[in-house]
Ligand binder design. Structure first.
Ligand SMILES: [Zn+2]
Length: 354
């Protein structure tokens, strides 16, 4: 080691003369000496370790076996820096608070639904808590039949706010969706940035803030009762849903239905057989209203009721008394506001009544 060092120092010294400024004038002499020593150290390393011939002056510089025995221990390798992961990688491997978790902090800014893969030990409740939601929001957004039977690896869609997600299917109408989920059309338009409410794109995933699906839906198929064994099927023709006086026609000043007025509590009949797909008690607009899906492309809606005689998810037969006339919601006196939808589009009820 020693011999190699001084030999190398001797070899390096001539090069310093090529740097007069460094070695003398501008550079402090002691630094120049230090530099020379460092260079000598560096130059001596390859000699000692490899014993190669540097060439140039024709002198062989083969290291002797003796020198090899005094080789210094190899320098401790510098610790390899832990690679810094990009935020995107962190999200993928879940090592840091994910975007999903961060978004659980509720803000008023509209946000997109989130995809979540079910992990071992997950429950609907735990997932809901993770995203700051109630369990119903997760269940309704994914049509989960059995919340206790989540499959590991199963992909769930998580709404960014309490409410639910709705995949637009052929025939969906915004007003109708809003009715079914008990929200205002404006809230859906605003949150989803819908430009034209009349042209929902089939397959689009809508966020329905505050939307709720009544849990009766899950039981509607297994429900017992009078009509379960012989479900009433729609006849394809409507009967009058109430007797009384027509007080406003469809299309008058943008009116979306037909108003029939009679006494408070007068019976409201199902215009045809079908399934009750909405039974909401709103304090505004339609007030207490029922919607019946006739399962033949038609749906009918009965608004401003004072009582319901059927439940959500229940099958009704044509002419069955489903509610009582009232004046709930936006109404100035007892009347029925009756709407008919054909393939999701509002139509004039009078065209379908006898
Ligand atoms: Zn009306």
């Amino acid at each position: 080691m020693r011999e190699g060092f001084w030999w190398a120092a001797a070899r390096v010294r001539p090069y310093l003369s090529l740097l007069p400024d460094l070695a003398t004038r501008r550079f402090p002499r002691h630094l120049a000496v230090l530099l020379a020593l460092v260079l000598a150290m560096v130059a001596s390393q390859p000699l000692l370790q490899t014993g190669v011939d540097l060439g140039g002056d024709g002198v062989s510089t083969q290291a002797t076996p003796q020198e090899e025995t005094v080789l210094p221990a190899p320098p401790t390798p510098a610790p390899i820096a832990t690679p810094q992961l990009e935020p995107s990688q962190l999200r993928e491997i879940g090592a840091a608070p994910s975007k999903e978790q961060q978004s659980a902090v509720q803000t008023n800014q509209p946000r997109a639904p989130i995809k979540y893969r079910v992990e071992e030990g997950d429950t609907v409740n735990a997932i809901a808590v993770k995203f700051g939601l109630d369990a119903d929001s997760v269940i309704a957004s994914n049509d989960i039949d059995d919340p206790n039977a989540l499959g590991i690896g199963e992909e769930l869609l998580i709404p960014p706010v309490s409410g639910l997600l709705h995949r637009v299917y052929d025939g969906d109408v915004l007003n109708e969706l809003a009715l079914i989920y008990g929200v205002t059309p404006e809230a859906v338009v605003e949150y989803n940035g819908i430009k034209d409410a009349n042209t929902l794109q089939i397959g689009d995933l809508l966020v329905i803030p505050g939307g709720k699906v009544q849990m009766a839906r899950a039981n509607s198929t297994s429900r017992g009762g009078r009509s379960a064994s012989a479900p009433a099927r729609a006849t394809g023709s409507f009967r009058w849903p109430a007797s009384g006086t027509i007080t406003q026609y469809f299309g008058e000043a943008g009116h979306s239905g037909l108003d029939v007025a009679a006494g408070m509590g007068s019976p409201i009949y199902a215009a045809d057989a079908g399934v009750v797909i909405a039974a909401h008690k709103l304090g505004y607009g339609y007030g207490w209203y029922l919607m019946v899906d006739h399962e033949n492309g038609y749906r009918s809606l009965y608004a401003h009721l004072s009582a319901f005689y059927v439940d959500y998810g229940e099958r009704v037969s044509k002419g069955e008394t489903i509610g009582a006339m009232g004046s709930t919601g936006l109404s100035t006196g007892p009347h029925l506001h009756f709407e008919v939808y054909s393939s999701g589009a509002l139509v004039n009820p009078l065209k379908y009544l006898p």
